[in-house]
Design a protein around this ligand. Sequence first.
Ligand code: PLP
Length: 450
Amino acid sequence: MQQHDTHTLRQDDSRHHLHPFTDTKALGSGSRIITGADGIYIHDSEGNRILDGMAGLWCVNLGYGRRELVEAAAAQMTELPYYNNFFKTAHPPAIKLAKKLTELAPGHINHVFFTGSGSESNDTVVRMVRRYWQLKGQPQKTVIIGRRNGYHGSTLAGASLGGMAPMHEQGGPMLPDVAHIAQPYWFGEGREMSPQEFGLLAAQSLEQKIKELGVERVAAFIAEPVQGAGGVIIPPDSYWPEIQRICDHYGILLVADEVICGFGRLGQWFGSQHFNIKPDLMPIAKGLSSGYLPIGGVLVGDRVAEVLIEQGGEFYHGFTYSGHPACAAVALRNLELMEEEGILERVRELTGPYFAKQWATLADHPLVGEVRSLGLLGALELVADKTTLARFEPGIGAQCRDNCFATGIVMRSVGETMVVSPPLVITEAQIDELVRLARQSLDLTARQLG
Ligand code: PLP
């Protein structure tokens, strides 16, 4: 194994490396340096083995150390390391992956446009949606409605579609013609009514917004089936059917951002299938390649594809790495392995229900006001008072996240919400370990709070 000089690495890191979503000045004693990984564990430069409760950034679905994926990349890089798919060229990995994805997708989806990431996928969504309505003879339909606290990436279009207030506040205007509606966050915003009533109300804010803006201007609605980065916000059952009804009624496009929920996270190929909705566009990334190489795409339903293809001519849009051969080969192998290993059934029938049961045992902890999970996504709401459910001042979530690292588990904090999204290959015994480590981290936080 390679030896690492932690001190030098940390020094060079804080001197030269501007990290994503990090306060460089506040790095303090420096970054935790991750040097290796196996299965559901990561290793740091100081020899710690840590259970990765976040599957990297919600993406390492098949876990670390998969030789099959490494071999798929090596074989493709040996044969054809790069070629593009522009100007009437293509290569076997991109073609095979396109075919495979459309076989796995619901019947009305038969095309895919490849990108390099989730953010690029959502930029592509904006351009495709606008082009679709232009070709339909309604070029004034340019407004896309997203949700407050939704996350769709960090490019200008991704950040604009997303509803993360701190991102919008940094550095001038976002993309024009984007509006936001309420999120279906019952614990945070709707506890004075039943979850079902609240879910319906949150969905109906889409209808209000369409009326307010004028349907002649509204092009599409975009949302994650379950909000991930916003804090694993699982909508009440009443939510998605009402959203689907409203999109159908007003004829606007429905975009389901499957970047986290796709590829088995909810026990189906796509989160939309769990919620029984029929999106026109589905941006994908992350679990598509289990994060081994960067690749994303937009799955395009027939309603949009037919117009783009039949009437659109050349679409002036694409990325150098759209459908990159090595990334596509790894993604294809990843999907095959998911099938061979029955990952969807496993999450749906075994580990998802087991995780739900074990995760729910944390409800008795003095710091926990609500526990929720769906598939292999979980959240804990930290509260200062278990009876009144009063929230903590900001900062306790980040403190708990740091305690998780010290305890030997990666959990993410979203404000005062702790979230997990472990690799989909996690076993029942490892779920027990995850829940035990989560409890220890909560205990440590409670002790620090006195
Ligand atoms: N969409 C969703 C739902 C995401 O969670 C993310 C990333 O977390 C993105 C888009 C952006 O993906 P990327 O970071 O690959 O650009």
